[in-house]
Design a protein around this ligand. Structure first.
Ligand code: ADP
Ligand code: MG
Length: 292
């Protein structure tokens, strides 16, 4: 039925409008995003640009206003409330920014990871086995018996990643998981997420302010004002060729709208001076050489 090459996450012209009294806030204005199964994607952008809104939609916590959003075989716009609950419970693991809110303070690291499995009715020896395996992938075997307050912030977020992964979701979502951590510790958390992504084939989507995430994520998409405006990748295949490219690209969305990276906007955008040349192989836009 479903094509294997189909992206695991597919958003098309996605809109989210918050209505409060007589005020409307357009938080997402036409987001197009495809993510393959097992990829590690990071979303960056200034505060208020819509990152959490997009993540909450993917988590099934918010319902989009218009457009399309699909994760696996689930249509996030046309889902019954019951399916939405099932989706959140089985398909998604969610990690919050606040390290303390992700864990129960009076349970050890091991018990915290076992808890969601206990709630789901998994048997004791299976819970223990799965929790120990996750702790091992996360590099936390030594910390298994410690309580959250006996762990560093980075260790707490790694345990929380184990909690989010306990019931084998296909999708791991994290909203600024290292917002309270320093750079070195942030690297530790993203490294653990990358290990989880590679070991279990989980698709990971992380919202972050930390630009160093580019060392761990396969793709970094940049949001501005409710849209995805640019993308950078460590190594992305150039379509139709065996070549790979690095760095930031401009994005042409499905409606043909062209989004410039922020740096290019200064020279090519409104107020900038550009020359446009239509050629056989495409359209060339470049800074205009001053004609004085
Ligand atoms: P980010 O996570 O990138 O900081 P958000 O997705 O939280 O941005 O917010 C995007 C925009 O939507 C902001 O203008 C924000 O004020 C608005 N917004 C977010 N959540 C709500 C809400 N529940 N009600 C009204 N406006 C909201
Ligand atoms: Mg946010």
């Amino acid at each position: 039925m479903s094509d294997k090459r189909e992206p695991y996450i597919e958003c098309e012209d996605l809109f989210k409008i918050y209505k409060r009294a007589d005020l409307e806030v357009v938080a997402l204005r036409g987001v197009d995003l495809n993510v393959s199964a097992g990829a590690f994607l990071s979303i960056v952008g200034a505060s208020g640009c819509g990152k959490s809104t997009l993540l909450n939609i993917l988590a099934g916590l918010e319902v989009p206003s218009a457009g399309q959003a699909r994760v696996g075989r689930r249509d996030l716009l046309n889902m019954s409330e019951r399916d939405r609950v099932q989706y959140r419970r089985h398909e998604v693991g969610f990690l919050l920014q606040s390290t303390s809110r992700n864990l129960f303070p009076y349970l050890t690291a091991l018990e915290n990871i076992e808890l969601p499995m206990a709630i789901a009715g998994e048997r004791a020896f299976q819970r223990r086995g799965r929790a120990l395996e996750l702790l091992s992938v996360l590099g936390l075997v030594q910390q298994a018996k410690r309580l959250p307050h006996q762990l560093s912030g980075g260790e707490q977020q790694r345990v929380a990643t184990g909690v989010a992964l306990a019931n084998r979701p296909g999708l791991l979502l994290a909203d600024e998981p290292t917002g309270e951590l320093d750079t070195g510790t942030a690297n530790e958390v993203f490294q653990a997420m990358q290990d989880i992504c590679r070991t279990y084939g989980v698709t990971v989507v992380v919202v972050t302010h930390y630009l160093g995430v580019g060392d761990f994520a396969d793709r970094v998409v940049h949001m501005r004002d409710g849209r995805i405006v640019a993308e950078s990748a460590r190594e992305a295949p150039l379509q139709g060729s065996g070549e790979t490219v690095q760095g930031e690209y401009v994005v042409v969305d499905r409606a043909g709208r062209l989004q410039l990276p922020v740096e290019s906007l200064e020279t090519l955008g409104p107020g900038g001076r550009v020359s446009v040349e239509v050629r056989n192989d495409g359209i060339l836009i470049k800074p205009r050489v001053s004609d004085q």
